[in-house]
Design a protein around this ligand. Sequence first.
Ligand code: ASP
Length: 354
Amino acid sequence: MNYKKINVNTALPSNPRARVMIIYTGGTLGMTHDENGVLIPFDFQHILNHLPTLKSLRLDVTVISFETPIDSSNIQPEHWQAIGQIIFDNYSEQDGFVVLHGTDTMAFTSSALSFMLRGLTKPVIFTGAQLPIVEPRSDARENLITALEIASDTLNGKPRVPEVCIYFDYELIRGCRAKKVESMHFDAFQSENYPVLAKAGVKIDYEVDAISTAATKPLELWSRFDTNVSLLKLFPGIRAETVQSILDTPGLKALVLETYGSGNAPNAEWFLEPLATAIKNGILVVNISQCPGGMVMQGKYETSKALSDIGVISGADMTTEAAVTKLMLLLGQFGADRAKELISQSLSGELTLT
Ligand code: ASP
């Protein structure tokens, strides 16, 4: 993938307070209207023109921009690999990273990156906007400026947030706990099962106990993805043929099953039998609830005990975004046996162990 590198020393002429790299992938934040009024991604220079306040942050900012910025609906694992590689290659020279990304798939990318970057000691803060920066009422300026502040913030000389996070609408949330829940209002993201890591008001209040401690091992990058993963969301009336056709996907290695409530599903033969056969044939089936809050508790009801009995793995309180990206990465990096062991372990604080 090709990039453009842009150096923006916002601290001139005084000494910069910190070095932050912005990785610009695209998204609404930097979009502009084409001749038909349709929003299309635009280049980074145009963002800078709308951010005169950047200078007051006294940061040495380097921008790496995707050669062609994209709407995040076009994001693919290759883009996650590119973002991970840029962070890995520039890690020692930077104090923190801000990734500008469309909101539509931001929770998938932030989840993927939180699994890819092993042993993080520096902040990687995703942000974007619901309105382009060119709009007078845009949320882009606040989101970007505060993301840069968080990415460069230290306590006793150490980065305050050594995690992959999303900063959006005055809240900092863990990247692998995030979900996009709103497409009209500015509060686009939610972390239903884990506390907010910080709230930005007059000052930024960090929830110190909720933030991960920095790793002690050197940074490692896991970047091999296997996309032989599928997602099946249950609904009353779903047909046996639909279930079967997903399980018959050529090459399928893992299925995220989006179940009801605390992890319940029909306990009828037409549903359980094909699932049991798939599991016997080596397909990993992970149970994730359709409820954003709460967790899968297989065995609480008869309708989830049956899933345990046939070997469905509980995904606890993981989001679908975390489960899908974690499975793709574990399968690609380590293969099915190790993926089966690691899927129910907390790798980056994505699930609550009970
Ligand atoms: N479609 C846009 C994107 O995800 C939406 C946004 O940025 O908010 O790239």
